[in-house]
Design a protein around this ligand. Sequence first.
Ligand SMILES: Nc1nc2c(c(=O)[nH]1)N[C@H]1C(S)=C(S)[C@@H](COP(=O)(O)O)O[C@H]1N2
Ligand SMILES: [Mo]
Length: 239
Amino acid sequence: MIKRRQFLQYLSAFGTNLFFQISSAWAKSSDKDFFEGSDYIGKTRGGDFQKFYVNFWKTMRRIDGNSWQLEIGGLVKNPTRFSLAEVRSLPLKSQISRLKCVECWSAKAEWAGFHISDIESIVQPDKSSTGVLFHCGDNYQEYLERTSLSHPRTLLAYAMDGNSLSDGHGFPLRVIAPFKYGYKNPKAILKMEYVDGTVSGTWSKIGPYSTDGTILPGYDHPLDRGKVKRRIAGGEIFD
Ligand SMILES: Nc1nc2c(c(=O)[nH]1)N[C@H]1C(S)=C(S)[C@@H](COP(=O)(O)O)O[C@H]1N2
Ligand SMILES: [Mo]
């Protein structure tokens, strides 16, 4: 039989342990930065992501690349679905470019994917369409004009720095449009809908940000340069 004193010691050790468990669970849920080993991803700035932040307006379940299909519809002659293997077999286009978030930070990577002309030749958008509304895995929506999507520096990317896109950076497919703020670079794309008329995307509805999203003259805090503040002229940041 355990003596009363031993029992109390045991109880207080157990209580302390329980307290630490609860407080660390609390810390995890309150910094909302910790999704490793879970089915979910969200806004992350810690660990490896200090070098390239992950922005998500809300938590999202990871996408399964085996069942994922890129659905293209709306104002097109041939609505089409592409598997990930089909997307990856389109002519490869890659570039080094900087992604600039409207909330100051920026970071650079080598992106690889394809140019939109290589799917437009298949789906054949109607002349009446002005742009594409992207629908994403986290219910994020963003619109880009066809002229911006056909820009030589715009790419539909499935790889980053030589690897398949991580879930955080937009697996399986995202837009890279380096002359527009990050919020015009939708990630985790499920569907591209050709539409007639400008649509305000998720982020320009949440914040005081323009629907157009072209990078304006101002300041930048590049993560790869110790966040040292510098002036930018507007448009793509080439260094
Ligand atoms: N699906 C989706 N795409 C998104 C967002 C989002 O919340 N959901 N955030 C945007 C914003 S505000 C930025 S700055 C960039 C950040 O890209 P990164 O997370 O790869 O750094 O993603 C953009 N694309
Ligand atoms: Mo952003």
